[in-house]
Design a protein around this ligand. Sequence first.
Ligand code: CAA
Length: 309
Amino acid sequence: QHLSLPAIMSVAHGIKLLGVLGAGQMGTGIAFVSALRARVPVLLHDQSKDQVARGLALMDKLLSKDVAKGRIQLNEAQEARDRVRVVNAIEDLRDVDMVVEAVSENLDLKRTVFRNFSEKLRPDAILATNTSSISITKIAASVIPDGVSPASAEGQAAAGRVVGLHFFNPVPVMKLVELISAVQTAPETLAHARAFAEACGKEVATSQDVPGFVSNALLMPFINEAIMCLEKGIATRDDIDKTFRLGMNHPMGPLQLADFIGLDTCLAIQKTLYTGTSDSKYRPSVLLERMVDAQWLGKKSGRGFYEYK
Ligand code: CAA
């Protein structure tokens, strides 16, 4: 089954209550489009109270801007804001129909989170991950209870609820969601996840569960080549970016985009591609490794290929 993508049926998303785990840029954006566009009540959880406060402040800012630009009415903004409720623990997500996980890109962390979901959420809840490169199949395997065979009906039902739902940054602006089917993902899970992404106003592109999926299997080698081009002195930073901004109409050149994504994130994804395929074409450039060693992580740390005030 995993060699060809399952056909996706057309269904209503059926999500009456959504959980979002992680209130960083991605989690906040996902909660925002779910509440405003899909009009679904959202329970948002993050261990860090500061992160939650920053997330809610960003949401308020985005809603105010939408009102100021006349894109939504004040009451619609208020209703969307009221649909998002912060909760203190994963246990509080027990009644959700679907949860979207948006924590850091770390397989062990994701396995722990998904094990927790499988113990604390409803047995029929859809468990979606916003990972940008970690194997959905590995994450799905982690939700099977101890002592249950993955090949049994119970094991397949447990893992069949897991799906990749990969949003792009900034979530309110980017039109795409990448839908990734693990080996175990049930066709109904894919159908509901797709319908939900569409209700959030997104277009969906489907990918098999390969390292980086389609998006990062193509984007990261491009960014890495740009960094190597700089490393070898083939062109300056500005000329590399200008080539793509003006020659190909990319909104950002590859070095600016790397800063925007975060150089640590780019490196982590490149390492997943490299180790997941053993293909030398994915080897991260030494310059990228050194910049991350120096904690020059791009826009978020104030310095990457560019400086940010
Ligand atoms: N959150 C919400 N909205 C944002 C935003 C944010 N973080 N940043 C910008 N916007 C909005 C602005 O408010 C503005 O909206 P209005 O039209 O309503 O005013 C709109 O986006 C355009 O912003 P600006 O005019 O300030 O700037 P811009 O025209 O240069 O656009 C950009 C900014 C949308 C980020 C654009 O530069 C762009 O599309 N860049 C490429 C982004 C990209 O490739 N993202 C994917 C990264 S890869 C990824 O996410 C996945 C992965 O796995 C690594």
